[in-house]
Ligand binder design. Sequence first.
Ligand code: AHG
Ligand code: MN
Ligand code: MN
Ligand code: MN
Length: 372
Amino acid sequence: HAADAYRTDLMTITRFVLNEQSRYAESKGDFTILLSHIVLGCKFVCSAVNKDPCFVMSEYNKRRDFAIPKISFSVEEFDCTCFYYALLRCYHSVDAVNRHSNLQHGHINQFFLAGLAKLIGLAGETNIQCILVSEEDEEATFVSPPLRGKYCVVFDPLDGSSNIDCGVSIGTIFGIYTAKVSEPTIEDVLQPGKNMLAAGYCMYGSSCMLVLSTGNGVNGFTLDPSLGEFILTHADIKIPKKGKIYSVNEGNAKNWDAPTTKYVENCKFPKDGSSPKSLRYVGSMVADVHRTLLYGGIFLYPADKKSPNGKLRVLYEVFPMSFLMEQAGGQAFTGQQRALDLVPKTIHERSPIFLGSYDDVEEIKALYSAEN
Ligand code: AHG
Ligand code: MN
Ligand code: MN
Ligand code: MN
């Protein structure tokens, strides 16, 4: 009723993180600033992927004569004006408008990186992060020493990219480590997922929702466009202990190994007389995992003969989603071990992944241990 419309005790993500931060006496607020960078990056990507192409094209045409600056991105020099150009660069030709969007991975990557870099000025002379690893950048970005902070951010700026042009939900996935030493090397991001300080994703769908864990449970925040703020809408998310949905690309069934084949068979033809599970598969990990988190069930991207390590990347897809699942009472398994115990050797390494409701993952673990 009317009173709700103007509720003033809104729990914004910033307030929430500040409350969390106050749990750590020694913290100087850097973590809160870092999360606000990430939140800003998500807001930019949200606006970019939801922009009406015609609007942007008309803006672009007005500025056609501008030599759109080649944004040679480096963490120190990126500033806000580039956002606008980066957005325009997403629609670099008229025909692009007809294809609904042609958001280039690289540009979204810059949005997200820019979100991380934008508030450096507010953070004073130092940077908050020291290493950035993006799916879209072959090499890690090392912040130059004088500006270096203590956090390492790994992220998938645009997950589910095959779904952009048909308007199906896509997302951004991120994880945060603390650099172990003051002179960080790539080793500082090749840590097992259990060392992550925080992880989360933002899903750009009918609404824009950011799901975050800083190690004390999982909370969901929905972007209120009229406020430009993420508001706590799903407090302390817990995944059901067992679910009725399995989520896998059955098109790979020919190449699966025996345990996965058997598990999926059991989902469709249960031996214990229970009813078969439903199959739901969007093809955007963020959307499939978000549904699994809220409704329960299991998401799997197994290894197969063609891809013995599966398809999903360890640092910025498997680890953050596994971190969230465990924090929500579920679990995540690679076929060999607990996903968060994995120690990656390279920043774009892949791993098979089975994650979701505790009991459902137990079943696939039993099939693999019988096999191994
Ligand atoms: P990305 O768009 O970041 O490359 O990720 C795509 C991933 C993930 O979002 C999804 O779960 C998986 O690709 C779908 O793969 P298939 O199309 O092979 O099922
Ligand atoms: Mn992805
Ligand atoms: Mn991606
Ligand atoms: Mn990709």
